[in-house]
Ligand binder design. Structure first.
Ligand code: HEC
Length: 121
């Protein structure tokens, strides 16, 4: 009997391990990508208000995408700017959020080449 209960405990542990790895697999399938999270952080932190929803630039801020500048540049700028744009410390905008914003900006596709649009030629 003693042996049996040990075996069923073992089975329970195996079952738990399988369930845990399965559910983390399912979670990974449905978790938002870091570009999605970056888009969220971009909206929540108000970047869109000055730079436009897809970083295209607006009245209040220059364009950020497509082809964003390197993350080192963006990080240094966003943390230390003393111009019109308010600086964002790591307390307000975490390193991860800024990295995700960068991933989002990189994911924004270029518009078509004007040469491929007959009306513009
Ligand atoms: C209140 C308006 C405003 C908000 C909000 C804002 N920016 Fe800016 N941003 C600017 C302006 C204006 C500039 C141009 C430089 C300056 O005058 O400070 C700029 C410049 C930048 C630059 C440098 C662009 C370059 O090519 O040199 C980056 C990168 C940037 N912003 C990222 C962000 C991110 C990321 C956020 C959100 C976390 C954000 N900005 C929020 C107004 C804003």
């Amino acid at each position: 009997m003693k042996n049996n209960s040990r075996i069923s405990k073992f089975k329970g542990a195996v079952l738990l391990a399988i369930t845990a790895s399965l559910s983390s697999y399912v979670m990974a399938q449905t978790a938002p990508s870091s570009a999605d999270q970056g888009k969220q952080a971009y909206v929540i932190n108000g970047c869109w208000g000055c730079h436009g929803f897809v970083g295209q630039g607006g009245i209040a801020g220059p364009k950020l995408a497509p082809d964003p500048k390197p993350i080192e540049y963006i990080d240094a700028f966003v943390r230390n700017t003393r111009g019109t744009m308010p600086p964002y410390s790591e307390k307000i905008l975490s390193k991860k959020d800024l990295a995700d914003i960068y991933t989002y900006l990189k994911s924004i596709p270029k518009g078509p080449d004007y040469k491929s649009i007959p009306l513009l030629n």
